[in-house]
Design a binder for this molecule. Sequence first.
Ligand code: AVI
Length: 333
Amino acid sequence: MNYVNEEVITASRISITNLLQEIGPNEVIREIVSGLRAEQKTISSKYFYNRTGSILFEEITRLEEYYPTRTEKSILKEIAPDLMKQYGEFEIIELGPGDNSKVSILLSAAKDLNLASMRYLPLDISQAALSVSAAELVRSYPNLHVEGYAVDFLSQFGTIEREHPAIICFFGSTIGNFEWDASLELLRNLSGKMKKGDVLLLGMDMVKPAHVLHAAYNDASGVTEAFNKNILHSVNDLIKSDFNTEDFNHLAFYNKKKSRIEMHLVAKRDLSIHSEYIREEILLKKGETIHTENSHKYNSRHIREIVKSTGLQLNQTHTDEKGWFAVTEFQKA
Ligand code: AVI
């Protein structure tokens, strides 16, 4: 009986709203096929995250070589008490929350301050993921209300109604997976929708010795390789094609000029790929690559460019002692 009551009480602190405008399958097919017919073949990194891809990514975040996740969390642990003292009355909005592990650091610091009530607004593409995480969070934080939105946060951030100032969290250096110009545009849009006093906490993976970067995307146990190759399974499902992961090698390298890790899949032999949706096969020459991901690495010049381009004010850059990762705090002036 108690259990049932508890479920009712926690459920009353959760609301999930679906504002997704469905993207038709034709658009997805068109996007993937045109990427595969381009001079430099590409598959957008958003297609990594089918069920297997999401599990593999979680595994990557726990790898010894993959420093970003644990480094970002250690920074958050360090700064959370002061941040929550300063902005404890703010609501927390998180773009693409993933598991609850990062926001939990902020919420725990707020809980330690005995804040009467807290509102957390996670924005994610997956309504199912939002429901599972919301249920977990309200169980751990008795003063917490979760108002989740299934949205494409890139285009729909402005549609979220809110009255209070917010800390907007965009963690994990997900921003780094966008081309530099696209990331500035995204941040400019975000800044345009922010209200005076709102704070943006941006997780940014910083430039560091190339061998460290190389190892993070070429781990010894081959999880990143499996993650990279899995995008072909995801594409096979979406465009009914016949890619075979055995025909490709994983390639990840640091492109210093563009300050980014690039991931590719390299054809081991000449290939002809069929899809139920296209008449002409997709041809690959031996050695030709499909570009699957960019992961930009930043320095202080990039941060200054962001300030210049978005008009946001730079409050502080919080880094670990090696300066490998930064949680940068911007404010809407
Ligand atoms: C999600 N994103 C920030 C990760 C990154 O590091 O760019 C994805 C990833 N790709 C390979 N390993 C991890």
